[in-house]
Design a protein. Structure first.
Lengths: 171, 182
């Protein structure tokens, strides 16, 4: 019982202080592992790989995985709920505030300027993913041909091209 | 009650098909929430992502909470959040219990290499849609390009970027209003 409480407390703190999405939880996860010995650094790396290849945010996955390791299925569920609780509370407060001031021109103007910033951040993240998909080994050296076309992952490129065609013409 | 169940199931579906973290869920959010259900608008989504960047917690959860709250207050927020994390919890519990070294299995690696290529294309289309609504004039193009360059070529934290743009937005809008009032 005490372990489950401790588990909840640790992941609640992570949820409260990790600002900026999934990967922001990473340093906190390392710290919990070191402090409590619930899992090792290698476990975190394994988890990162699993998170990238299963649906779901890494923070949630890591909390479930660590919680399960510490005290089985109830541990996995408790740790995950503890992790998301702070963001739910804070988001509910902000959401209420937003609805109240929806018509306010200052709020509207500010969000009008925040939206392109948000779009830019998503674009940057998307380009980061694309980079890893199409150039898994990074750029080559020498002339343009060796730098780009010799190292690009053609299988991924063809697959992507097919999806683009399907999405454009099959609505 | 029916709407709450609908919220839960919709977000569970989104959670199930979100590979590779928060941003990758944008295509699903657009399809399910904007196009199919008409629960939120494209602009709402961009707002939620901006707020999600500088508030604690995972963006997927923040977005779910916001949408749920908009539809049905606190119960809606809770059902949406539980829905979006439900598939991940089940999958990870299953993997932790039965499969070791899941990520090292060869066919799994190949399957996910393919999925990542798809995710790329989907994000690309989503960004186009989002951009059409949010990047419209000289000012918004400027903000977009500056933030894109900073996010790609510097190590500035995204939290800092969003807060800086937010402050700029407040000051800019306030000055504009003032000039209009005069």
């Amino acid at each position: 019982m005490m372990t489950i409480l401790r588990l909840c407390a640790e992941f609640f703190m992570t949820g409260l202080f990790a600002v900026g999405g999934g990967l922001a939880t990473l340093p906190f996860l390392y710290e919990i592992g070191e402090k409590t010995g619930w899992y090792t650094d290698t476990d975190v790396l394994d988890m990162l790989a699993i998170s990238e290849s299963t649906p779901g945010p890494i923070g949630v996955n890591m909390a479930t995985y660590a919680g399960y390791g510490v005290s089985g299925v109830p541990g996995g569920i408790c740790a995950t709920l503890a992790l998301v609780l702070p963001s739910v509370i804070i988001s509910v407060i902000i959401s209420g505030f937003l609805e109240k001031f929806k018509g306010n021109s200052l709020v509207q103007g500010t969000f009008g300027i925040l939206r392109p910033a948000s779009t830019a951040l998503i674009t940057a993240a998307g380009l980061g993913v694309a980079w890893k998909v199409f150039f898994p080994q990074g750029l080559g050296t020498g002339n343009l041909w060796n730098m780009l076309f010799a190292v690009i992952d053609y299988k991924a490129l063809i697959l992507a091209a097919v999806i683009v065609l399907v999405m454009t013409f099959w609505k | 009650m029916k709407l709450l169940l609908d919220i839960f199931l919709t977000f569970a579906r989104i959670g199930l098909f979100t590979f590779g973290g928060g941003y990758a869920m944008l295509p699903m959010l657009e399809r399910e929430l904007v196009e199919k259900k008409h629960w939120v608008t494209e602009e709402d989504l961009a707002n939620y992502f901006a707020i999600g960047q500088c508030t604690p917690g995972i963006i997927a959860v923040n977005t779910a909470t916001f949408t749920g709250h908009k539809l049905k207050k606190i119960p809606g927020a809770i059902f949406a959040t539980l829905g979006v994390i439900f598939p991940s919890v089940v999958i990870i519990l299953f993997l932790a219990a039965f499969v070791t070294h899941f990520a090292e299995i060869e066919w799994v690696q190949h399957a996910f290499a393919g999925i990542r290529a798809c995710v790329c294309v989907l994000i690309f289309f989503s960004v186009l849609k989002l951009g059409k609504k949010s990047v419209k004039n000289l000012l918004t193009w400027g903000v977009f390009l500056v933030v894109l360059a900073l996010a790609m070529f510097t190590n500035l934290s995204t939290v800092l970027l969003v807060i800086a743009v937010g402050i700029f937005g407040v000051i800019f809008t306030a000055l504009k209003e003032r000039r209009k009032a005069q």
